[in-house]
Structure formats: C-alpha cells, structure tokens
Design a binder for this molecule. Structure first.
Ligand code: UTP
Length: 235
C-alpha cells in the first residue's frame, strides 16, 4: 500500500527519566516501520527532548538570545534524528534534511526520512506540519508522552479528560487559554505553538495526537487499526 505520512516523535520519548538514551525504545520504534514497510513518502520529525532543554537553559544563563537558544534546540533535534537514522540502517535516507529543498531531494530516494528543526522561532511540531503540508500527507501523527489533548494537565490532575476529537477552532481556543508568556521561549513551545496553528488552519491537515510512551497505540495505528486512544484534530 502507498502512503504519505509524517510522524513527529517528541524528543522526550527518546530518553529515560534519568536522561539516558532509551535504546530499546529507539530500536522498537524503528522496528515498527521495518515490519510494515509501506511504499510512499514517510518523514519522521524528531524533537529535542530534555537534552535540548538543558543546552537551551545553559545558553540562556550565558545571556544568549532566544534565537541562539533555538539554534541549540535545532542542533540537538538533528543529532536525535541521526541516532534514529543509524538505528534504521538502510531503511532510512542517510542525511538529515536541513531545509524543505533538501527534503525534496531526499524524497526522490524513496526511503524513510528523519529530520529535526528548520529555523528559530518554532517547534518541531511546526516542522512536522510544514513537511505534512509540503508532501500533502494524508495526516500527521504526533507522538507525545500523554494520550492526546486533555482539558487539563493529565500529569497534574487525575480527573483530566481526553478529547477524542477537536476542531481547528477548538484547538486554537485551548491553545489561547493555556498559553502564558513562556509559551514562545526557546525550549518551551508546547505540543502546538503559534506557527503550527497557522499552518493547520491554512492547510486543514488532519492530526492525531497519541502516546508514544509504550508505542502499542502507534503500532496498532501503523498496522491500520483505528481503535486507539488518541485525539483527532480535523475540520
Ligand atoms: P521541540 O521543543 O519541538 O522538541 O524542539 P521536543 O523536545 O521534542 O518537544 P516536545 O517533546 O514535543 O515537547 C526543541 C527546541 O528546538 C528549537 C526550539 O527552541 C524548540 O523548543 N527549534 C525546533 C527551533 O527553534 N526551530 C525548529 O524548527 C525546531
């Protein structure tokens, strides 16, 4: 079957709570793609995770600008991408595209592409949306450390309710309600940032936000099973 997919994997999912690389998780993630090897275009966008935040906080303590902090986040997301590429071996395109032009070249090889950040002022979720828009993906999957989008922080509130579906306008309302000043600082862009909301609205990309913690839901999804816990964002 031919598919066009974009998957964003949050950098936090690549590390254990002790900030060690989660080697088993990385291998399992790549294995899911290797087992069900759909033809088509598949781009994985990798986040920066805890390590990116550590670098960003240190650069900020040196009074580095937010744009400079962002560049550290971008570099770490690219290092994380290289790690995934090395785990994929021959299945993946060997280089990390650093621009949409480089991505268009990489797509010609028909392999899985893994990439990180592109430019300061946004999150890797925005990159994933830019890529989904560019390749005209059927949908974007965002793997994060919770089961989707909740009405309040599920890490703090036991009674937080998972939204099964959200419209673009509902997502925007939630974003506006929950965003404080820190939202737009390097390393602090939440699942969705301002840039990503703009792209969602102009291109009407269908998005699934799901947990990538144990990868069971993602594996079911990748095999075509729709019956999973997640939030679907669409028009
Ligand atoms: P993210 O914050 O998107 O990665 O990128 P993450 O750690 O995976 O986030 P979660 O797990 O989804 O929350 C790391 C940092 O890299 C910079 C930003 O500072 C961002 O916070 N970045 C990333 C950019 O400046 N531009 C990009 O295109 C991507």
């Amino acid at each position: 079957m031919k598919r066009k997919s974009v998957i964003k994997i949050g950098g936090s999912l690549l590390f254990t709570e002790n900030k060690d690389l989660n080697v088993e998780k990385i291998q399992n993630f790549c294995q899911i793609f290797k087992k069900m090897n759909y033809s088509g275009s598949h781009v994985i966008v990798c986040g920066g995770g805890l390590i990116a935040r550590e670098y960003i906080n240190t650069v900020r303590s040196f009074h580095g600008s937010e744009a400079l902090c962002d560049t550290f986040g971008i570099d770490i997301s690219r290092i994380n991408s290289r790690l995934l590429i090395s785990s994929f071996g021959d299945f993946a395109y060997p280089l990390v595209p650093k621009s949409i032009e480089e991505l268009s070249l990489a797509l010609l090889f028909g392999k899985i592409i893994v990439m990180g950040g592109l430019q300061p002022g946004q999150s890797t979720t925005s990159v994933a949306l830019e890529v989904a828009e560019f390749i005209q993906a059927e949908e974007l999957v965002i793997l994060t450390d919770v089961k989707g989008i909740f009405n309040k922080d599920p890490k703090k509130f036991d009674n937080a309710k998972l939204f099964k579906t959200l419209t673009y306008n509902e997502l925007q309302e939630i974003f506006i309600e929950s965003s404080g000043d820190k939202q737009a600082a390097a390393g602090e862009y939440r699942i969705f940032d301002a840039v990503s909301l703009q792209i969602i609205k102009r291109s009407k990309i269908k998005i699934r936000v799901m947990s990538g913690k144990d990868l069971k839901d993602f594996e079911k999804y990748w095999k075509g099973d729709e019956n999973i816990n997640c939030t679907i964002i669409s028009e």
